[in-house]
Design a protein around this ligand. Structure first.
Ligand code: NI
Length: 163
């Protein structure tokens, strides 16, 4: 198990547009394993490669229903909308309210380079949008409706009832 350091807001790595992952090799497998280990250790539900300092279009997500690995992901359709709280391992201690599509279809490659497609709804769709944004240098605070106060982070907000 290799835990990588998660870069924090202010590090310019988070603001770069990531390059296409071209090679589906051992190096990618190690990156994916390390990213999953790092995400689980930090108790996050998603992690994008730039968050561990790697400027490649790679992300992992596990909202509690199993690990998903996305290589070169592209959202091909968006439906509906949801408004709810969101945080990021690169912005510890902060949360915002972000409006996202309620349902997205994403085309991507798996670790072997196979082309795949998946439809995500609800919180999974939110996580997909959040992680894919990272691959283009976008962080949730760039697209949020509002930032939560420390009291709101600990407590209940109207948007919590929306789901
Ligand atoms: Ni994030």
């Amino acid at each position: 198990m290799a835990i990588r350091k998660i870069v924090k807001l202010g590090d310019e790595t988070l603001r770069k547009v990531c390059r296409t992952q071209e090679k589906f090799d051992l190096r990618l497998a190690i990156l994916l394993k390390d990213m999953a280990d790092t995400m689980y250790r930090a108790e996050g539900v998603g992690l994008a490669a730039p968050q561990v300092g790697v400027l490649r279009r790679v992300a992992v997500i596990d909202i509690g229903e199993g690990l998903h690995e996305f290589i070169n992901p592209v959202i091909t359709s968006r439906e509906g909308s949801q408004t709810g709280r969101e945080g990021c391992l690169s912005l510890p201690g902060r949360q915002g309210v972000v409006t996202r599509p309620n349902k997205v279809t994403v085309e991507y490659q798996d670790r072997k380079g196979n082309h795949c497609e998946l439809t995500a709804e609800g919180f999974f769709a939110r996580a997909v949008c959040h992680e894919l944004d990272h691959l283009d240098g976008t962080v949730y605070i760039d697209v949020m409706d509002r930032e939560l106060t420390p009291e709101e982070i600990e407590g209940h907000i109207p948007e919590d009832d929306a789901e």
